[in-house]
Write a protein that binds this ligand. Structure first.
Ligand code: ADP
Ligand code: MG
Length: 678
């Protein structure tokens, strides 16, 4: 059959069903095949009725005494007795009046459902029934459960997939034969059949491994192809001058950590090449990333090159400019740092422009809008991207067009993504991790709290506020819903400002506010116009408020550990003892998982725990990435990932032409657009 044919050409698919399928993203026969099950129910054990145990069961029996009736308006019950050689059992269906007419008395059926004590009697409730055959689809096997929608159940989807597979002789293979052989992978055709209609759990596992392998292989291949394509571009080589680096380091009021040394050394090596750097510098809040960035910038400026740093917000750009000015002043480069943001007055802005044109300013610090500034950037040697997950191929090309060459790019991120995951997500980046904190940091005291102790907690917090410190309160929602029980910024703001802390100044901040209003609120909080800032997680990656010493997180059990850790990083920035209170949303909420935060201070460790316990989605609530849409692969399966990555590398090294593999070429083409922090 033609796999690109619309589903409406399938037997039994009318316009109604076609519409429902479309709402699940299924338009063609191949879409059906690629719609992998979400999970499975195991009904593969066919047992004699006399041996039934509560749970998911299949029996092989005849059905008699079928009776349907309305017990009341809106509730129809069909009852029947199933009998095999060993015994009989009662079957009950709710609101399926057609059942009675569909059952023939002399026929043997597979009957699959949940056997148990229902209203005081042992029954099988709402069982699936189908004629005994060698290839049942709803009973007597491991049953696939698909994403469903109102009016379209797995039952129907199963039937359609079955039909497509029956009419399809051979699905074309996606992967090279040598790869299948080398990694003992099931061919695509077999894997698809097994994943929809497993013949055993062992074969299902093999099928899933094959499909997962393919996903990771495609993802890494896309990243590697991007990486090698970038390597063909030319950057300006920035030679390493040891004396300059030494001089800078000697003037620092502290000793670099070993992790910082390793990172900057790699960066200097990258920058000395004409091949463009594309490196990610990852490290917990406070691990000293800014110093490393400053050292990279210094080397570029010494060669008379320009440097641009882009931050997610204007306030952050402002803080960076200040920090960088201070760091670089000691070696005579402070005056090269200039803030270039939208809110500058026109006069100030044109002054900066003039200085840049004259070469008196080499280090432009701003937001994303820097790319759009009408500036001569033909000497742009290095770009530093701070906390922006959306700086990818396209943005880099814009910069390239502007500069006339490809600048070196250093991405900076405080999101602690474990290396294994980072390699897959950001495969086209080289990665340096600052996994070591500068010595002497005061740890943020972290405590899980129950709402019962709220009043006492507020009294303690108020002592901090009375001493002139400030507090962040983070809530999971903007507006209350019926079930949210006061977890929204709006509700908490009301309560704190009118009741619990009415003697304090309380501010409100959330993601739906206009960007300028958000910045204004942050600036006001920074200037201490407020004692308390009630906010959503928009403050997660954000501004340094050295005076803030308390972080109170409402509904803490709703967040991933890594995200909580990042929020905690908002306080304790200036050597004051700081506190993080994890407020559970009710007195009973389980807190076992959260306990890790009370003792573990390493963001990477916490992220690893998240990854293992809750999967990659939990690592970072707001991280949007194509790779997280994986349908089969589990990103915590490091062995499989390593194998698939190796295979992608080999594919390239073997000089394989991806055009030879039509499907692979198509998929990888799509993925290349979304990889790279994009
Ligand atoms: P990050 O950007 O990773 O959050 P910063 O670069 O802003 O961290 O550094 C946080 C603070 O630690 C700054 O005050 C910085 O001067 C200081 N710092 C950086 N590196 C070290 C170090 N090796 N030893 C001591 N303090 C350091
Ligand atoms: Mg920083």
């Amino acid at each position: 059959m033609n796999l690109d044919a619309p589903v409406s050409e399938l037997k039994g698919v009318g316009s109604e069903t076609a519409k429902l399928l479309e709402s699940l993203g299924i338009r063609t026969a191949i879409d059906l095949i690629n719609n992998f099950p979400r999970r499975y129910d195991d009904y593969s054990q066919v047992v004699p009725i006399a041996k039934l145990r509560p749970g998911q069961v299949t029996i092989e029996a005849k059905i008699g005494q079928v009776k349907g009736r309305y017990v009341r308006r809106g509730l129809h019950i069909t009852e029947a007795i199933a009998t095999d050689d060993s015994a009989s059992v009662r079957l009950v269906w709710f609101n399926q009046p057609y059942r009675a007419g569909a059952i023939k008395a002399d026929q043997t059926y597979f009957i699959a459902g949940d056997y148990g004590l229902h209203r005081g009697r042992f029954t099988i409730n709402n069982p699936s029934v189908e004629q005994v055959s060698n290839f049942p689809i709803n009973t007597a096997r491991i049953i696939p459960i698909y994403r469903e929608t109102k009016g379209l159940k797995s039952f129907t989807i199963r039937k359609l997939i079955r039909e497509v597979l029956n009419q399809t002789r051979q699905l074309p293979e996606h992967l090279p034969d040598w790869l299948l052989a080398e990694h003992k992978l099931m061919p695509f055709h077999g894997a698809v059949r097994e994943v929809h209609f497993p013949s055993s759990s062992a074969l299902l596992e093999k099928a899933r491994r094959r499909l997962a392998f393919e996903e990771i292989f495609e993802l890494t291949l896309a990243a590697l192809l991007n990486k090698y394509e970038l390597y063909k571009e030319k950057s300006l080589a920035i030679p390493f001058k040891e004396s300059l680096a030494k001089n800078f380091v000697e003037k620092l009021p502290f000793k670099l950590t070993d992790a910082q040394r390793r990172a900057i050394w790699r960066i200097y090596q990258d920058m000395a090449k004409t091949q463009p750097m594309n490196r990610l510098l990852e490290g917990d809040v406070g691990s000293g990333k800014t110093v490393v960035a400053a050292m990279a910038a210094l080397m570029a400026m010494e060669e008379q090159f320009q440097v641009a740093l882009m931050a997610p917000t204007e306030i952050l750009a402002r803080q960076h400019a200040e920090t960088l000015y201070n760091l670089l002043a000691s070696v005579g480069y402070g005056h090269h740092v200039a803030l270039l943001i939208g809110s500058l007055k026109p006069k100030a802005k044109s002054q900066v422009h003039a200085k840049i044109a004259a070469g008196e300013v080499k280090f432009m610090v701003g937001t994303h809008a820097l790319i759009a500034e009408k500036l001569d950037m033909h000497k742009l040697g290095l770009v530093v991207i701070d906390e922006q997950h959306r700086f990818g191929v396209e943005q880099r090309k814009k910069l390239q067009a502007k500069a006339g060459h490809m600048p070196h790019v250093l991405h900076i991120s405080a999101t602690p993504i474990p290396r294994s995951l980072a390699l897959t997500l950001y495969g086209e980046l080289d990665i340096s991790i600052l996994d070591e904190m500068p010595p002497g940091r005061k740890l943020v005291k972290t405590k899980i709290c129950s709402p019962n102790s709220r009043a006492q907690l507020y009294r303690e917090i108020d002592k901090e506020l009375a001493a002139g410190h400030q507090m962040f309160v983070v809530c999971p929602l903007i507006t209350d819903t019926e079930r949210s029980r006061g977890l929204s910024v709006e509700e908490v703001y009301e309560r704190l400002s009118k009741h619990d802390f009415k003697h304090r100044q309380v501010g409100l901040l959330h993601g739906k506010m206009k960007a300028t209003d958000k910045e204004k609120m942050m600036q006001d909080f920074l200037e201490k116009k407020y004692d308390i800032l009630v906010s959503t997680t928009v403050i997660e990656v954000g501004v340094d408020v050295p005076n803030a010493t308390v972080m109170l997180i409402e509904g803490a059990e709703r967040y991933g550990l890594a995200q909580l850790h990042q929020l905690r990083g908002r306080v304790g920035r200036a050597g004051h003892q700081s506190y993080c209170f994890l407020m559970l949303s009710d007195a009973k909420a389980p807190s076992q998982r959260l306990r890790a935060l009370e003792t573990i201070t390493d963001g990477f460790r916490l992220a690893e725990i998240d990854l293992q316990q809750r999967g990659p989605g939990a690592i970072y609530g707001t991280l949007q990435h194509g790779a997280l849409d994986l349908r089969v692969a589990n990103l915590s399966d490091t062995k499989l990932i390593a194998a698939a990555r190796g295979a992608a590398q080999k594919f390239i090294e073997a000089g394989e032409d991806i055009k030879k593999y039509k499907h692979l070429d198509y998929r990888v083409g799509q993925l290349r657009a979304i990889t790279n922090l994009n």
